[in-house]
Ligand binder design. Structure first.
Ligand code: PLP
Length: 201
């Protein structure tokens, strides 16, 4: 029995390989400083823990609406509006983490042979989702000399007639790079000129 060939296109996130090794060392009694997984180094705030427990006690253990709990979608839309993003609850879909959102978006937008602009260095899952959807990652470099801000010209010169999606990751993992408002405007114009989707992670 063979699984579908598309499974071979999935890479792995090495951070999880290192995490498994680190957990093995901890189980053997070693002290480990974790630098692999992007986890906050503080405990989950008590009011968040309490809200989770209360929800379970209140019986919120059934299917939610497919796009997410309406009150949560509205709260997310309000939070986006406070940051200057025009969105209503209808524009919000809640997923259990960012990876399912990346997969759903990639499978919705990328057709076989499409090129997808990805940051280099970058979150390794971008390559996996792009290849899984049948696309081809095309890397645009992030430069230490520019404090790892996306370089608009470097992105623009990689656009071809096959380019379909631009992936932006701001603040950027693993460098922490950010973009200026001016660069974002130029990138938005570039995307509009070439009819590109932008996945902003
Ligand atoms: C840039 C980036 N995008 C997406 C993810 C995945 O997020 P999640 O764990 O919520 O699926 C991560 C996780 O480290 C990340 O660093």
């Amino acid at each position: 029995m063979h699984p579908a060939a598309r499974l071979d296109t999935l890479g792995t996130e090495q951070a999880y390989v290192v995490l498994a090794a680190a957990r093995r060392l901890e189980a053997a009694g070693h002290r480990v400083v974790h630098l692999e997984i992007g986890e906050p180094d503080m405990p989950t705030p008590p009011h968040v823990v309490e809200a989770g427990i209360r929800a379970l006690r209140d019986g919120l253990t059934r299917y939610a609406l497919a796009a997410g709990v309406p009150e949560l979608r509205e709260a997310i839309a309000r939070s986006l509006a406070a940051r200057g993003v025009r969105a209503t609850a209808e524009n919000v879909v809640v997923t259990p983490g960012a990876k399912p959102a990346l997969f759903c978006t990639a499978l919705s937008l990328i057709a076989p042979g499409d090129e997808v602009l990805c940051p280099d260095p970058g979150f390794p899952i971008y390559e996996s989702v792009v290849r899984f959807a049948g696309g081809r990652p095309v890397y645009y470099p992030l430069d230490k000399a520019r404090e790892f801000a996306p370089h608009v010209e470097a992105i623009a010169e990689r656009v071809t007639p096959r380019t379909r999606v631009l992936i932006l990751n701001l603040p950027h993992n693993p460098t922490g790079g950010v973009a200026t408002a001016r660069d974002l405007t130029t990138l938005a114009e570039l995307a509009q000129r070439h009819d590109l989707w932008v996945i902003s992670d």
